[in-house]
Design a protein around this ligand. Structure first.
Ligand code: NAD
Length: 260
Protein backbone atom coordinates (compact mmCIF):
# COMPACT_ATOMS: atom_id res chain seq x y z
CA UNK A 1 0.00 0.00 0.00
CA UNK A 2 1.32 3.44 -0.89
CA UNK A 3 1.91 5.73 2.05
CA UNK A 4 1.64 8.95 0.11
CA UNK A 5 -1.22 8.39 -2.29
CA UNK A 6 -4.04 9.13 0.18
CA UNK A 7 -2.75 11.38 2.96
CA UNK A 8 -6.29 12.38 4.04
CA UNK A 9 -9.52 10.58 4.74
CA UNK A 10 -11.61 12.62 2.34
CA UNK A 11 -14.88 11.12 3.61
CA UNK A 12 -14.24 12.45 7.14
CA UNK A 13 -11.48 15.06 7.16
CA UNK A 14 -12.45 18.73 6.83
CA UNK A 15 -10.26 21.82 7.07
CA UNK A 16 -10.46 25.43 8.12
CA UNK A 17 -7.65 27.68 6.87
CA UNK A 18 -7.39 31.30 8.02
CA UNK A 19 -5.52 33.73 5.80
CA UNK A 20 -6.54 31.49 2.89
CA UNK A 21 -6.92 34.47 0.59
CA UNK A 22 -3.24 34.97 -0.02
CA UNK A 23 0.29 33.65 0.24
CA UNK A 24 1.05 30.63 2.38
CA UNK A 25 -2.49 30.13 3.69
CA UNK A 26 -3.84 30.17 0.16
CA UNK A 27 -1.24 27.62 -1.01
CA UNK A 28 -2.10 25.31 1.90
CA UNK A 29 -5.87 25.66 1.38
CA UNK A 30 -5.49 24.95 -2.34
CA UNK A 31 -3.29 21.96 -1.50
CA UNK A 32 -5.92 20.55 0.87
CA UNK A 33 -8.67 20.95 -1.72
CA UNK A 34 -6.36 19.34 -4.29
CA UNK A 35 -6.16 16.31 -1.97
CA UNK A 36 -9.96 16.16 -1.86
CA UNK A 37 -10.46 17.71 1.60
CA UNK A 38 -13.52 19.96 2.05
CA UNK A 39 -11.97 23.25 3.15
CA UNK A 40 -13.20 26.59 4.41
CA UNK A 41 -11.19 29.54 3.04
CA UNK A 42 -11.31 32.29 5.69
CA UNK A 43 -9.90 35.76 5.16
CA UNK A 44 -10.65 39.43 5.75
CA UNK A 45 -10.65 40.12 2.01
CA UNK A 46 -13.69 38.96 0.02
CA UNK A 47 -11.89 39.55 -3.24
CA UNK A 48 -8.95 37.38 -2.21
CA UNK A 49 -11.19 34.56 -1.03
CA UNK A 50 -13.09 34.64 -4.33
CA UNK A 51 -9.87 34.59 -6.35
CA UNK A 52 -8.35 31.79 -4.27
CA UNK A 53 -11.42 29.57 -4.61
CA UNK A 54 -11.67 30.17 -8.32
CA UNK A 55 -8.00 29.12 -8.66
CA UNK A 56 -8.85 25.83 -6.97
CA UNK A 57 -8.86 22.54 -8.89
CA UNK A 58 -12.10 21.52 -7.19
CA UNK A 59 -14.02 24.68 -6.21
CA UNK A 60 -16.97 22.52 -5.14
CA UNK A 61 -14.91 21.42 -2.11
CA UNK A 62 -14.11 25.01 -1.05
CA UNK A 63 -16.35 27.13 1.20
CA UNK A 64 -15.78 30.89 1.61
CA UNK A 65 -15.83 32.94 4.81
CA UNK A 66 -15.03 36.64 5.02
CA UNK A 67 -14.46 38.50 8.28
CA UNK A 68 -11.97 40.35 10.44
CA UNK A 69 -10.38 37.95 12.94
CA UNK A 70 -9.13 40.86 15.03
CA UNK A 71 -12.75 41.03 16.29
CA UNK A 72 -13.44 38.39 18.96
CA UNK A 73 -17.05 37.95 17.73
CA UNK A 74 -15.71 37.11 14.28
CA UNK A 75 -14.12 33.95 15.69
CA UNK A 76 -17.56 32.78 16.89
CA UNK A 77 -19.09 33.66 13.53
CA UNK A 78 -16.36 31.70 11.74
CA UNK A 79 -16.86 28.66 13.99
CA UNK A 80 -20.61 28.70 13.32
CA UNK A 81 -20.07 29.08 9.58
CA UNK A 82 -17.52 26.26 9.52
CA UNK A 83 -19.83 23.95 11.47
CA UNK A 84 -22.70 24.73 9.10
CA UNK A 85 -20.63 24.24 5.95
CA UNK A 86 -18.40 21.33 6.98
CA UNK A 87 -19.67 19.78 10.20
CA UNK A 88 -16.79 19.01 12.59
CA UNK A 89 -13.51 20.67 11.53
CA UNK A 90 -10.70 18.11 11.92
CA UNK A 91 -7.83 20.14 10.42
CA UNK A 92 -7.13 23.76 11.35
CA UNK A 93 -4.47 26.02 9.84
CA UNK A 94 -3.92 29.49 11.28
CA UNK A 95 -2.08 31.60 8.71
CA UNK A 96 -3.93 34.95 8.92
CA UNK A 97 -1.71 37.82 10.01
CA UNK A 98 -1.95 41.58 9.45
CA UNK A 99 0.58 43.21 7.12
CA UNK A 100 4.08 43.89 8.49
CA UNK A 101 5.22 47.46 7.85
CA UNK A 102 8.89 48.30 8.33
CA UNK A 103 7.89 51.72 9.71
CA UNK A 104 6.27 50.08 12.77
CA UNK A 105 9.50 49.78 14.78
CA UNK A 106 9.64 49.83 18.58
CA UNK A 107 9.46 53.62 18.88
CA UNK A 108 6.74 54.04 16.27
CA UNK A 109 4.21 51.20 16.48
CA UNK A 110 0.84 52.46 17.72
CA UNK A 111 -1.47 50.73 20.18
CA UNK A 112 -4.01 49.71 17.53
CA UNK A 113 -1.40 48.07 15.29
CA UNK A 114 0.10 46.27 18.29
CA UNK A 115 -3.32 45.00 19.40
CA UNK A 116 -4.40 43.92 15.93
CA UNK A 117 -1.22 41.88 15.42
CA UNK A 118 -1.71 40.06 18.72
CA UNK A 119 -5.49 39.75 18.25
CA UNK A 120 -5.23 38.02 14.88
CA UNK A 121 -2.16 35.85 15.45
CA UNK A 122 -2.54 34.90 19.07
CA UNK A 123 -6.05 35.60 20.38
CA UNK A 124 -7.92 34.34 17.32
CA UNK A 125 -5.53 31.38 17.02
CA UNK A 126 -6.14 30.38 20.62
CA UNK A 127 -9.91 30.82 20.64
CA UNK A 128 -10.45 29.06 17.34
CA UNK A 129 -8.18 26.15 18.29
CA UNK A 130 -9.76 25.73 21.73
CA UNK A 131 -13.32 25.72 20.42
CA UNK A 132 -12.46 23.36 17.59
CA UNK A 133 -10.72 21.08 20.09
CA UNK A 134 -13.73 21.09 22.43
CA UNK A 135 -15.96 19.97 19.59
CA UNK A 136 -13.56 17.23 18.50
CA UNK A 137 -13.24 15.99 22.08
CA UNK A 138 -17.04 15.83 22.41
CA UNK A 139 -17.28 14.00 19.09
CA UNK A 140 -14.33 11.69 20.01
CA UNK A 141 -12.58 12.55 16.77
CA UNK A 142 -8.84 13.09 16.17
CA UNK A 143 -7.58 16.45 14.94
CA UNK A 144 -4.54 18.18 13.53
CA UNK A 145 -3.80 21.89 13.95
CA UNK A 146 -1.00 23.90 12.33
CA UNK A 147 0.09 27.41 13.27
CA UNK A 148 2.23 29.62 11.05
CA UNK A 149 4.87 30.99 13.39
CA UNK A 150 8.14 32.58 12.26
CA UNK A 151 11.90 32.49 12.69
CA UNK A 152 11.19 35.79 14.47
CA UNK A 153 9.56 33.92 17.33
CA UNK A 154 13.17 33.51 18.44
CA UNK A 155 15.15 36.30 16.82
CA UNK A 156 14.31 40.02 16.48
CA UNK A 157 12.61 41.40 13.37
CA UNK A 158 12.68 45.15 14.20
CA UNK A 159 8.89 44.73 14.43
CA UNK A 160 8.27 43.80 18.03
CA UNK A 161 4.49 43.61 17.76
CA UNK A 162 5.08 40.84 15.20
CA UNK A 163 7.94 38.97 16.89
CA UNK A 164 6.24 39.00 20.31
CA UNK A 165 2.99 37.71 18.79
CA UNK A 166 4.87 34.89 17.05
CA UNK A 167 6.88 34.05 20.17
CA UNK A 168 3.64 33.70 22.11
CA UNK A 169 2.16 31.64 19.31
CA UNK A 170 5.13 29.26 19.43
CA UNK A 171 4.37 28.62 23.12
CA UNK A 172 0.65 28.31 22.38
CA UNK A 173 1.52 25.42 20.05
CA UNK A 174 3.48 23.64 22.78
CA UNK A 175 0.85 24.22 25.48
CA UNK A 176 -1.99 23.03 23.27
CA UNK A 177 0.01 20.02 22.05
CA UNK A 178 0.71 18.94 25.63
CA UNK A 179 -2.89 19.34 26.76
CA UNK A 180 -4.66 17.94 23.70
CA UNK A 181 -2.40 14.99 22.91
CA UNK A 182 -4.48 12.67 25.12
CA UNK A 183 -7.45 13.34 22.81
CA UNK A 184 -5.40 12.55 19.69
CA UNK A 185 -5.42 16.19 18.64
CA UNK A 186 -1.98 17.11 17.32
CA UNK A 187 -0.75 20.71 17.29
CA UNK A 188 2.35 21.81 15.38
CA UNK A 189 4.07 24.90 14.02
CA UNK A 190 5.27 25.63 10.51
CA UNK A 191 8.15 28.10 10.51
CA UNK A 192 8.70 29.81 7.14
CA UNK A 193 11.91 31.64 6.26
CA UNK A 194 11.91 34.53 3.76
CA UNK A 195 8.93 33.72 1.59
CA UNK A 196 8.03 36.18 -1.16
CA UNK A 197 4.34 35.49 -0.61
CA UNK A 198 2.67 38.83 -0.09
CA UNK A 199 3.02 39.45 3.63
CA UNK A 200 6.75 39.92 3.28
CA UNK A 201 8.12 42.33 0.70
CA UNK A 202 11.39 40.64 -0.05
CA UNK A 203 14.56 42.27 -1.26
CA UNK A 204 15.91 39.79 -3.85
CA UNK A 205 19.42 40.50 -2.49
CA UNK A 206 18.40 38.48 0.58
CA UNK A 207 18.83 35.32 -1.48
CA UNK A 208 22.57 35.67 -0.83
CA UNK A 209 21.92 34.54 2.76
CA UNK A 210 19.90 31.49 1.79
CA UNK A 211 22.03 28.33 1.38
CA UNK A 212 19.60 27.00 -1.24
CA UNK A 213 20.23 30.22 -3.17
CA UNK A 214 16.72 31.66 -3.54
CA UNK A 215 13.88 33.20 -1.60
CA UNK A 216 10.99 30.89 -0.85
CA UNK A 217 7.58 30.85 -2.49
CA UNK A 218 4.23 30.04 -0.89
CA UNK A 219 4.14 26.77 -2.76
CA UNK A 220 7.38 25.69 -1.02
CA UNK A 221 5.41 25.54 2.25
CA UNK A 222 2.34 23.58 1.19
CA UNK A 223 3.87 20.07 0.89
CA UNK A 224 5.36 20.22 4.41
CA UNK A 225 2.13 21.71 5.77
CA UNK A 226 0.05 18.90 4.30
CA UNK A 227 2.50 16.28 5.53
CA UNK A 228 2.31 17.57 9.10
CA UNK A 229 -1.47 17.97 8.91
CA UNK A 230 -1.98 14.42 7.65
CA UNK A 231 -2.89 12.00 10.43
CA UNK A 232 -1.62 9.23 8.23
CA UNK A 233 1.84 10.68 7.56
CA UNK A 234 2.46 12.43 10.90
CA UNK A 235 0.40 10.49 13.44
CA UNK A 236 3.20 10.57 16.04
CA UNK A 237 4.15 14.24 15.60
CA UNK A 238 2.95 16.92 17.99
CA UNK A 239 4.37 20.06 19.60
CA UNK A 240 6.98 20.26 16.85
CA UNK A 241 8.15 23.22 14.76
CA UNK A 242 9.04 22.56 11.13
CA UNK A 243 11.41 25.11 9.63
CA UNK A 244 11.00 25.58 5.86
CA UNK A 245 13.54 28.28 5.04
CA UNK A 246 16.02 27.02 2.44
CA UNK A 247 18.60 27.07 5.26
CA UNK A 248 18.21 30.80 6.02
CA UNK A 249 18.35 30.21 9.78
CA UNK A 250 21.89 28.79 9.41
CA UNK A 251 23.12 32.29 8.57
CA UNK A 252 25.40 33.90 11.14
CA UNK A 253 28.48 36.11 11.22
CA UNK A 254 30.54 33.52 9.31
CA UNK A 255 30.15 33.49 5.53
CA UNK A 256 30.02 30.02 3.93
CA UNK A 257 33.52 28.77 3.04
CA UNK A 258 35.07 29.65 -0.31
CA UNK A 259 35.18 26.49 -2.43
CA UNK A 260 37.16 26.05 -5.60
N1 NAD B 1 6.02 35.39 4.07
C1 NAD B 1 6.97 35.13 4.93
O1 NAD B 1 8.17 35.29 4.63
C2 NAD B 1 6.65 34.61 6.30
C3 NAD B 1 7.71 34.32 7.16
C4 NAD B 1 7.44 33.87 8.45
C5 NAD B 1 6.12 33.69 8.86
N2 NAD B 1 5.09 33.96 8.00
C6 NAD B 1 3.73 33.77 8.49
O2 NAD B 1 2.99 32.97 7.59
C7 NAD B 1 1.64 33.42 7.54
C8 NAD B 1 1.28 33.77 6.10
O3 NAD B 1 2.19 34.74 5.61
P1 NAD B 1 2.04 35.35 4.15
O4 NAD B 1 3.31 36.04 3.82
O5 NAD B 1 1.50 34.30 3.25
O6 NAD B 1 0.94 36.48 4.46
P2 NAD B 1 -0.05 37.26 3.49
O7 NAD B 1 -0.09 38.66 3.99
O8 NAD B 1 0.27 37.00 2.08
O9 NAD B 1 -1.43 36.56 3.84
C9 NAD B 1 -2.06 36.75 5.06
C10 NAD B 1 -3.55 36.71 4.83
O10 NAD B 1 -4.19 36.99 6.08
C11 NAD B 1 -5.28 37.84 5.83
N3 NAD B 1 -5.59 38.63 7.02
C12 NAD B 1 -4.88 39.70 7.49
N4 NAD B 1 -5.52 40.23 8.54
C13 NAD B 1 -6.63 39.48 8.75
C14 NAD B 1 -7.70 39.56 9.66
N5 NAD B 1 -7.76 40.54 10.57
N6 NAD B 1 -8.69 38.64 9.61
C15 NAD B 1 -8.66 37.65 8.66
N7 NAD B 1 -7.68 37.55 7.74
C16 NAD B 1 -6.68 38.45 7.78
C17 NAD B 1 -4.83 38.73 4.68
O11 NAD B 1 -5.94 39.30 3.98
C18 NAD B 1 -4.02 37.76 3.83
O12 NAD B 1 -4.81 37.17 2.80
C19 NAD B 1 1.55 34.63 8.48
O13 NAD B 1 1.08 34.20 9.73
C20 NAD B 1 2.98 35.09 8.57
O14 NAD B 1 3.24 35.76 9.77
C21 NAD B 1 5.34 34.42 6.73
Amino acid sequence: MSLFSTPFDTARDTALVTGAGNGIGRAIALGLVGEGVRTMFADVSAERVRAAISASEKPGLAAPWVGDLARPEACDELLAAAQAALGEVTHFVHSASPPRREADHALAVDRRTWQEMHAVNLDAGFHLARELARRLIAAKRPGSFLFLTSLHAGTPRNLLHYSTAKAAMAMLVKELAKTLGRYDIRVNALVPGAIAAGGFVADPALARHVPLGRLGQAKDLAPMALTVLSNKLSAYVTGAAFVVDGGLSLTNWFEPPTLD
